[in-house]
Design a protein around this ligand. Structure first.
Ligand code: ADP
Length: 645
């Protein structure tokens, strides 16, 4: 037997491993199984080139719990190690400058582990003693037994081992006894090892028989060694893709809408499958995430920076040996390979969507409502994606017809360009509340879009920036005549004083609410429009809506909601009111050329008409869905009274 000290410059690396790597201690299993899988894959390669002769026999990796001995063993039939190799790969781990490095990266356990190939040593995070029993595939090699109790001293001796390969035996620390539980290990295997390329056996298969769970003779293989993403798209059917989706997310009941198979080998290696999921609510959004693998070993489901942010909403897997996994996030962000990968994924996703739209517009339109969020998010955050997405991003009108913005603009161009040459697109986000406005627009032959998505307002603003003569206006933001102005506004025959009297009379009766502000104006809209109605300025409303999502815009968020109350002087009911006012001559002081002067002015008042005015205001509120509660009850009562007069 030989004894020695592990080649670590630091006095004792073990307390460091335990302390600093504590938070991620479960990864020890991934590290050990990856080593076992690597050793097995290497053996298969050697065999395929004839360096290992004969049948390889059993090549399964096994994970075995022994509850009485309190050990967890990872056993493989791979290439094994000779005594020299154990010395070289395990004893002489070159921790040059380890101390400094550890001090610097205290909180980045993963970084240390990857950086130093600490893989095997991570076993000490959960064990008081670790043993290696290994038999190399090399002819005449003696089996070796290595043992270490979590201090720099190890022992190494010859041993007898029946089969080729390596057993790593962990004597689990009492405080980590959960790693001797079947359920814990099964959970970890499922998380990290589900798609490893060599069969991993853990316990026996179980079956329900007569209401009882019974163990079968057959071993329980926990992984799928040929996951769909590693296969050629040509060899896969739609069903295969769907089946794989459910393998990835067993709790997900819905089918994905469609998938994108990724496959590049230059200038970087990357394979994977991305799925567009059906999103039912915001809660669902981040429940299932894209999983990142490195040669079929699960690494993380935190893929920000590798995948553009809007695509993190997708589901699926990405497998790449070229993504630097053990570095900080800020490094990832600036890494050129990562940037290229992100660009590639964007392009692939955009191309696939364009292809789907081209192949079957109706089928694509059916899926639009489900995928809209991703695409709009992408258009708003990624210029390159925006450019491609204009070819398949759709708008929907109230008739349920879909079209790209360009197609839609062509459709309405004839009717919806105003006298200044601006194309005006009308929209609503609440067809029921805007019913009256919509009907008036339809009567003029205009089309109305439905824009009730979370990002619609932002997308409309973006489209306006991209198209010089394009404006979106919500159907209730002004009179339809003003929204798409085809000729100069009509004039009415009333004097300014008369109109001011009218305005003041209405103003005095408006509901009082701190969060609401009304501006009253007179306009000869049309005799068939309502006598009084509300509009809401497009710009102000949109700023307010957008400020809800954006920082630095809280100024708009704090402004009260403001509405315009338009008195339609072309309406007979209003014209009748103007006839009823009383004019009163009053002296008024005005400033003229710096001097004060007194002038005689006529002030018009509407007396005894309060009930009628209130009724007209309430009708305006009602028509835009704003009359509620007590105000609504009063309106109803007043209506009845007016009818019985
Ligand atoms: P890494 O896997 O990152 O190289 P490890 O500390 O996990 O670092 O392993 C060090 C080396 O020990 C491996 O590169 C491999 O040569 C050898 N090794 C570890 N486990 C096994 C095993 N089960 N079978 C054969 N060789 C192994």
């Amino acid at each position: 037997m030989s004894k020695g000290n592990i080649g670590v410059t630091s006095d004792n690396i073990f307390p460091v491993i335990k302390k600093f790597l504590y938070s991620d201690h479960e990864i020890f299993l991934r590290e050990l199984i990856s080593n076992a899988v690597d050793a097995t894959s290497k053996l298969k390669t050697l065999s395929s080139v004839g360096e290992v002769k004969g049948d390889l026999g059993d090549t399964r990796v096994r994970v075995i719990i022994d509850k009485t001995k309190k050990t967890l063993t990872v056993s493989d039939h791979g290439i094994g190690m000779t005594a020299e190799e154990v010395d070289k790969y395990i004893n002489q781990i070159a921790f040059s400058g380890a101390e400094e490095f550890l001090a610097q990266y205290k909180d980045k356990a993963e970084a240390i582990i990857g950086h130093f190939g600490l893989g095997f040593y991570s076993a000490f995070m959960v064990s008081k003693k670790v043993e290696i029993f290994s038999q190399s595939y090399k002819e005449d090699a003696k089996a070796v037994h290595w043992s270490c109790e979590g201090n720099p001293e190890y022992t190494m001796e010859d041993t007898i081992k029946a089969d080729r390969g390596t057993d790593i035996v962990l004597h689990i620390d009492d405080e980590f006894s959960q790693y001797l539980e079947d359920a814990t290990i099964a959970g970890l295997l499922n998380k990290y090892c589900k798609f490893l390329p060599v069969e991993i056996a853990f316990g026996k298969k179980k079956e329900w028989k007569d209401g009882k769970e019974v163990e079968l003779d057959e071993e329980n293989i926990i992984n799928d060694i040929n996951p769909a993403w590693t296969r050629k798209p040509a060899d896969l059917t739609e069903e295969d893709y769907e089946k794989f989706y459910h393998e990835l997310y067993p709790m997900q009941m819905d089918e994905p809408l469609f998938h994108i198979h990724l496959n590049v080998d230059y200038p970087f290696n990357l394979t994977g499958i991305l799925y567009f999921p059906k999103i039912k609510s915001n809660l669902d959004v981040h429940r299932n995430k894209i999983q990142l693998y490195c040669n079929q070993v699960f690494v993380t489901d935190e893929v920000t920076h590798i995948v553009p942010e809007y695509l993190t909403l997708l589901h699926g897997v990405i497998d790449s040996p070229d993504i630097p996994l053990n570095v900080s996030r800020s490094y990832l962000q600036s890494d050129n390979n990562v940037k290229k990968i992100s660009g590639y994924i964007t392009k692939k996703v955009a191309d696939k969507l364009a292809e789907l739209y081209k192949a079957d517009k109706d089928e694509f339109a059916k899926k639009w409502d489900d995928i809209k969020l991703f695409i709009q998010f992408g258009m708003l955050t990624d210029e390159k994606f925006y450019e491609k997405a204009t070819g398949f991003a759709l708008v929907k009108n109230l008739g349920g017809e879909y079209a790209t913005l360009d197609e839609y603009m062509d459709k309405v161009r004839e009717n919806q360009v105003d006298k200044d040459g601006n194309m005006v697109l009308l929209y609503t986000n609440a067809p029921d509340a805007h019913y009256t406005y919509i009907e008036r627009a339809k009567a003029k032959g205009y089309d109305v879009l439905l824009m009730d998505g979370e990002l619609d307002v932002h997308c409309m603003s973006q489209a306006e920036q991209k198209h010089e003569h394009l404006r979106f206006v919500r159907i209730d933001s002004d009179t339809i005549e003003n929204l798409i102005r085809k000729e100069e506004a009509a004039k009415d025959e009333y004097s300014d004083e008369q109109k001011e009297g009218l305005r003041k009379a209405f103003e005095a009766l408006l509901p009082e609410d701190e969060k609401l502000k009304y501006y009253v104006s007179c306009e000869p809209t049309s005799s068939d429009a309502l006598p009084v109605f509300l509009t809401q300025n497009e710009f102000m409303r949109r700023m307010k809506e957008m400020s809800a999502h954006q920082q630095g815009m809280s100024f708009y968020g704090q402004m009260p909601d403001s509405y315009n109350l338009v008195i339609n002087t072309a309406h007979p009911l209003i014209q009748e009111l103007v006839g009823k006012e009383t004019g009163e001559e009053v002296n008024e002081e005005v400033e003229k050329d710096g001097k004060k002067e007194t002038v005689l002015k006529t002030v018009y008042k509407l007396q005894g008409e309060d009930e009628r005015l209130k009724q007209l205001i309430d009708i305006a509120l009602l028509a835009s869905g704003q009359l509620k509660g007590e105000a609504l009850a009063k309106f109803v009562n007043r209506s009845v009274e007016l009818m019985s007069e």
